[in-house]
Structures are given as C-alpha cells and as structure tokens.
Design a protein around this ligand. Structure first.
Ligand SMILES: NC(=O)c1ccc[n+]([C@@H]2O[C@H](COP(=O)([O-])OP(=O)(O)OC[C@H]3O[C@@H](n4cnc5c(N)ncnc54)[C@H](OP(=O)(O)O)[C@@H]3O)[C@@H](O)[C@H]2O)c1
Length: 335
C-alpha cells in the first residue's frame, strides 16, 4: 500500500481507503451483513488501509456503530473520518453531532471531521469555529469537506482543510470541471468516492436492468425508474456502451475492469486517496489486487480518451444526485 502525506505535515493516508455507506442498512444498498462488514473493515486495516470513512447520516448512525465494533482494540491503526450532515452545521449542532458520533463509535476522538455537503445558508465561520473548539477539546484532529465544487471552494481558504471528497471515476469525471484553484493552493487533495461507480466498473452489470432498482437513483440513470431525486434522462446508453469498450480493453490487456478504473484515478495528480466500498472480504481482496495492478501509460491514454468522450456527453453538473439550480446559479446542489 502507498501512502500520501496530508497538509498537516504528519498524517499519512493510504492510497486505497474504505467507505461504509453500504453498512448502513439503507434501501439504496440493501441489508448489511454486520459480521461480514466488521470482518471486512478489520481485514482492510490488517492489509494496510488506514483511512476509513463514515457518516452520522449513513442509516442514522448504524454504519458508525459497525465501524465502532470493527475498530475496537485497533483505534491507533485507523485514521477515522466521520461526516457531519449539512443540516447540522450550526455551532451547537456541530458539537452535538460530533459527540453523538463519538459515542456511537465508542471512541474519544475523530481524526478527520468532515462537512458532508456544504450548506450555503450557514456562515462557514460558525461551522469552522465549532471545529476549532472541538480541536481544542481534543475531540477532533483535522477538518475536511465533501462535494465542494467551484461555487463554494473559495470558503475553504486558510481553514486548514485536509481533503475534499468528490464523486470521481472513469464513468463520472465531472469533478474535473469543479477543481477550484483553492484546492491546489491549499494543498487539498481530492478523496475520490464511488470510484467503481457503485459497482458498474467491476463489470458485473451488463444492462441497466441488471442494476438493483434502488441503486438506479443517481444521475447516471434515467429518472423514469422513479427512485431518485433528479429529473434527468440519465446516461445509461452511453455508460453501458462505454462499459462494453472497457470490457474489451480489459480482456485485451489481461487487467480487470476495476484495475483499469483504479489505475486511471491513481494517475490523476489531484487524487489523494481512492474511497471504495466493499461488502465482503472477497470484494476487498479483489479491490486490493485491482488497486495494486500497474496500468501501462499507453493504456491510460486510451482510457483517458474513451472516458473523455463519455464525459463530454454529460454536461457540467458534477452532482451525482440532483439537477436543481443552486444559489450560485449553476446546476446541482453545490457544484
Ligand atoms: N461524501 C459523500 O457525499 C459520499 C457520497 C457517496 C459515497 N461516499 C463514500 O464513499 C464510499 C464509497 O462509495 P461507493 O460505495 O459508491 O464506492 P464504489 O467502490 O464505487 O462501489 C462500492 C460497491 O460496489 C460493489 N463492489 C465493490 N467492489 C466489488 C467487487 N470487487 N466485486 C463486485 N462488486 C463490488 C459493492 O456493492 P454490491 O456488492 O452491493 O454490488 C460495493 O458496496 C461510501 O461507502 C461512502 O463512505 C461519500
């Protein structure tokens, strides 16, 4: 496993990291096998993955409880990143949310406390003042954000933010259009979430109908399925045509589709860690193998061109879930 130094100058995060949304027992992911989730988290830590992402929002704390069980006795091996939801960004709510999360995970501190989604109605000074208070009290070590695109990244200047989670994969490259210069100037890497496009890039789904219904909620899929919050037509035809091409390249080069997906993200300068989800040790092992595989430069160029053509058909809205117009006048909640 390779590690990246954060801008605090001392914390090294693993290049592959593990998310826990699918451990939340929510309809999008279906039921969670808790024993398998705990075993997967523990195996990941054993195999050198030190960065774990969770959120109060995931099943109203259920994913945090799974994390708490998994990290018991191993806390010092983990960089624990939790998220506070956008409706909890007022001073007192931040403090209360953090304390409740710590209780659920049976730990004294978070390594990284993140803003799950920006909230343009709340003065960032209020939220970051609360973070400073939590730091002084030893409850959190660092702060971080998610889904901060061009319309709001300027508010991060001078706040010692360490990472910015964005949806980023071969299929969903729209984050590239939302990389504010602030990120580079403040040395804030992208923490790329949904790197396998919620399973599509493993190659296991051949048609949109193969994808579990509740997973067809995001803007990759047509709103006709009636399970998401957006009203777009989605990009299913283009995405599945792209996946066919990717499958062909995978076969020709003896590398799994996931290896190509991770290899592409590893080659992007802006990415600090790749945040995948694994339901089982078998998926974790497959993803570790895929992460460690080496993708040659000429193949990376082909992937760039092929996925670039797909990206060009998708417009500018990097928000995976919504197509409303935000306060800054651009499409999506925040991008
Ligand atoms: N900040 C945010 O707003 C935000 C938003 C979304 C996600 N996240 C974080 O990012 C994490 C990762 O996102 P993601 O879960 O969408 O990541 P992903 O890696 O794109 O998809 C993970 C899912 O794909 C399937 N999968 C993974 N590896 C596989 C394998 N080897 N073989 C077959 N299927 C496999 C599994 O689901 P099945 O087995 O059910 O198919 C797994 O749960 C989340 O857990 C969460 O922590 C953050």
């Amino acid at each position: 496993m390779d590690y990246t130094l954060l801008n605090d100058g001392k914390t090294r995060i693993s290049g592959l990291s593990l998310g826990t949304w699918s451990y939340a027992d929510v309809s999008l992911w279906g039921s969670c096998d808790r024993d398998s989730a705990v075993a997967t988290l523990r195996e990941a830590i054993e195999r050198g993955i030190n960065l774990i992402d969770t959120a109060e929002r995931y099943g109203d704390g259920r994913a945090e409880q799974v994390v708490g069980e998994a990290i018991a006795g191993r806390r010092d091996k983990v960089i624990l990143a939790d998220k506070i939801y956008s409706s909890h960004l007022r001073h007192d709510d931040v403090i209360a949310a953090c304390e409740a999360s710590l209780r659920r995970m049976k730990t004294d501190y978070l390594d990284i406390c993140q803003i799950h989604w920006p909230n343009p109605d709340i003065d960032p000074d209020e939220t970051f003042d609360a973070f400073e208070e939590l730091k002084v009290r030893g409850k959190i070590r660092m702060v971080s954000v998610c889904n901060y695109g061009l319309s709001c990244a300027e508010t991060l200047r001078g706040r010692n933010v360490v990472l910015n989670q964005m949806p980023y994969s071969l299929i969903w490259r729209l984050a590239e259009e939302q990389l504010s210069p602030v990120l580079e100037e403040e040395h804030i890497p992208v923490w790329a979430y949904s790197p396998l496009a919620q399973g599509l890039l493993t190659g296991k789904f051949r048609t949109p109908e193969d994808v579990p219904m509740n997973r067809r909620a995001n803007r990759m899929y047509d709103s006709k399925w009636g399970v998401g919050r957006h009203t777009d037509h989605g990009f299913e035809q283009d995405i599945f045509a792209f996946l066919d091409e990717l499958r062909r390249l995978s076969g020709e080069n003896g590398l799994s589709m996931s290896a190509l997906a991770f290899g592409f993200l590893k080659s992007r300068k802006c990415v600090g860690s790749i945040l995948t989800g694994c339901r089982s040790i078998a998926q974790l092992e497959a993803n570790l193998d895929a992460y460690e595989a080496s993708v040659p430069g000429d193949l990376l160029e082909k992937l760039d061109a092929l996925s670039g053509t797909l990206k060009a058909k998708m417009g500018k809205n990097a928000d995976l879930w919504e197509n409303g117009v935000n306060k800054a006048g651009s499409e999506g909640r925040i991008f």
